[in-house]
Design a protein around this ligand. Sequence first.
Ligand code: NAD
Ligand code: MG
Length: 389
Amino acid sequence: MVRKIAILGSTGSIGRNALRVIDALGPDYKVVALTGHSNVELLAEQSRRFLPDFIGITDPSKAGELKERLGGAGGRILAGPESMTEIAALDDVDIVITAVVGAAGLEAVLEAAKKPKVLAIANKEPLVIAGELLTATAKENGATILPVDSEHSAIFQALQAGNADEVNKIILTASGGPFRKATAEQIEKVTVKEALAHPTWSMGPKITVDSATMMNKALEVIEAVWLFDTPVEKIDVLIHPESIIHSMVEFVDGSVIAQMSPPDMCLPIQYALTYPRRLEGISSHIDFGKMGSLTFEEPDRSIFRALDLGFEVARMGGSAPVVFNAANEAAVEEFLAGRIKFVKIVELIEHCLNIHDIKSKMSLDELLEADRWARGQVHERLRALERIG
Ligand code: NAD
Ligand code: MG
């Protein structure tokens, strides 16, 4: 049976890898919809190559250029952010790969969860913001959420070795990013270029900065809470610089199951598409004889303060993760634009959490309101700091 796939965010790092995987899987996997935000050239090229029925361009000002570039080739063009929700809701889509960056993917992924589809989720921010709403919606409507994030794919694979009530601990591994060995003084002077130079993974700019602050791992702790319905107390973070073990599960008898593969997102993407089967793929295999040693260390929590904040926010729940994520998105944007220092990112997140009154049991509108509030507070704080000079 042919599996019909929509990719939200096909022009990004995950999106491009997803297309490589689908291409290699052959005719049983068919792309029926693609969306991109602003890279019209690549979206047009992908559309000519994969001939989807629908092409979403979320930045509406680019719709004209896309139409021109396609010159009638490819499918129907949908413009604006709503194009993602329209595509996510299509009955004719079996698998929705969510590969958009940030909270922008929230409404579309919630829409996809209202039908009995497979949601292959790379876009972790919606799970952080609306984990409760999203998992409940999926459960109610028979949608299956499968992780694409490499750590969560590893945990999902390891969990198959036992029963849920036999799990003692989930050990999320982290590469430690480019500043694993840096001192507090060195971190003060970090440049955008240095933050974007990840030692083991090639990814989009936002998640690469998140890896450098270890916000990525903090978001992944919250992501794991929702994906595996697990208390945050059962989650540990361990630095593993080689990025070969993508995470581990320790069972009550002391047995630890680890998933290993070279650092390449094509494998977790493919597993979410072919699950419960495994097929040959395009990812390279480990050559243990040539690999050398695998090492582990504790994260430096005094330098990477985002990590403990993530655990605290997971315990607080309600609107805390929304503020945590939105403040980070706004701060990372400022950092990437060269307007703030690297260390300011986590300071701004802490500031927003400190002045926020947590709400629980929130509707989608309330979640979006808390998200807007936190982004506003980041900019407000930066203006105030500028006035003080
Ligand atoms: P990226 O920046 O390379 O790509 C982002 C995609 O989102 C692009 O297709 C872009 O067009 C689209 N987009 C950007 N802004 C948008 C908006 N406002 N509205 C709609 N679409 C928009 O990012 P990426 O590295 O591919 O990451 C995508 C998601 O996957 C993130 O949530 C990230 O945390 C997660 N993830 C990525 C990796 C990786 O290896 N890249 C690994 C694990 C998880
Ligand atoms: Mg990850």
